[in-house]
Design a protein around this ligand. Structure first.
Ligand SMILES: [Zn+2]
Length: 272
């Protein structure tokens, strides 16, 4: 008898990732402009048609009678009937990650018209070896005095403000945190969440989805904090000093849709 894995995803789609103009208030756009990532204000987006088809197909597999949903909103409603709410939302992230191959991410990282930062790249490569983690596609530095960092297309970007040689612990933590986002491909999952949100028009359903996405975002941040901490520790950072640096960085942050409050983030990191 042949046994199939419980959940198999179809192959990645070569046209899954497209580039589009971004809204004025996009934080990523601000970062992109500082980075010079994209000359016209452009941002990666999932091809909505391909994403919708795949999400519907995945939901179809969950249904006992295997009916293919007509559209994304109907698919999400049916997914809610078959799965716990958080998982119905998380499915969007999984579908997005299955659609976009690591090769496609690598090509997108190569196409970014900004050169990787040589010195930090070497430091991160050594850091990854020490921590036993995979090396990212690219390491970019944003020229900024603000505490910005992000991960895109399997690469990571940090603000030049972090390149203070007197405070290596803080840089290690931020690099480790972004490496974690990059390794788990959270940026691609977020594109899936966005695509799902755009397909949902019913206010109540939209509100519930927004709450679930907030919970998923927060869980990603807490996980990346823990893995960022582990990365920094692997760089022989003294735990008390590391905690002080991380507390300086996160301590005052308010809760947002994408990030837990600084206090909650610090609670799980306190050295014992
Ligand atoms: Zn983060």
């Amino acid at each position: 008898m042949q046994i199939r894995p419980a959940h198999t995803y179809p192959k990645a789609h070569p046209e899954a990732l497209t580039f589009t103009r971004v809204p004025e208030n996009s934080l990523i756009r601000d970062l992109g402009v500082k980075l010079g990532l994209c000359q016209p204000s452009q941002e990666a987006e999932l091809n909505p048609k391909i994403f919708s088809q795949r999400y519907c197909q995945e939901v179809q597999k969950l249904l006992p009678d295997g009916v293919l949903p007509d559209n994304l909103e109907q698919a999400y409603q049916l997914a809610l009937a078959a799965l716990p709410p958080l998982q119905a939302a998380a499915l969007a992230g999984e579908v997005a990650q299955a659609l976009v191959s690591p090769e496609l991410e690598q090509r997108a990282a190569e196409a970014v018209p900004v050169r990787a930062h040589g010195a930090l790249t070497r430091q991160v490569e050594q850091g990854c070896e020490r921590a036993g983690m995979p090396i990212p596609n690219k390491v970019w530095v944003i020229r900024s005095e603000e505490w910005d960092a992000c991960s895109h297309f399997g690469g990571i970007a940090v603000a030049s403000a972090y390149l203070d040689s007197a405070r290596p612990a803080r840089l290690h933590f931020v690099v480790g945190h972004e490496l974690s986002h990059s390794r788990h491909r959270d940026d691609i999952a977020m594109l899936g969440f966005e695509a799902l949100s755009q397909g949902v028009s019913q206010p109540l359903l939209g509100y519930a989805l927004k709450q679930d996405l907030k919970a998923l975002h927060h869980a990603m941040e807490l996980r990346s904090d823990r893995e960022g901490w582990a990365y920094a520790e692997a760089q022989q950072t003294e735990p008390q000093q590391l905690f002080q640096e991380v507390a300086d960085l996160l301590g005052q942050q308010q809760e947002s849709d994408t990030h837990p409050a600084g206090r909650e983030r610090l609670q799980q990191l306190r050295p014992r």
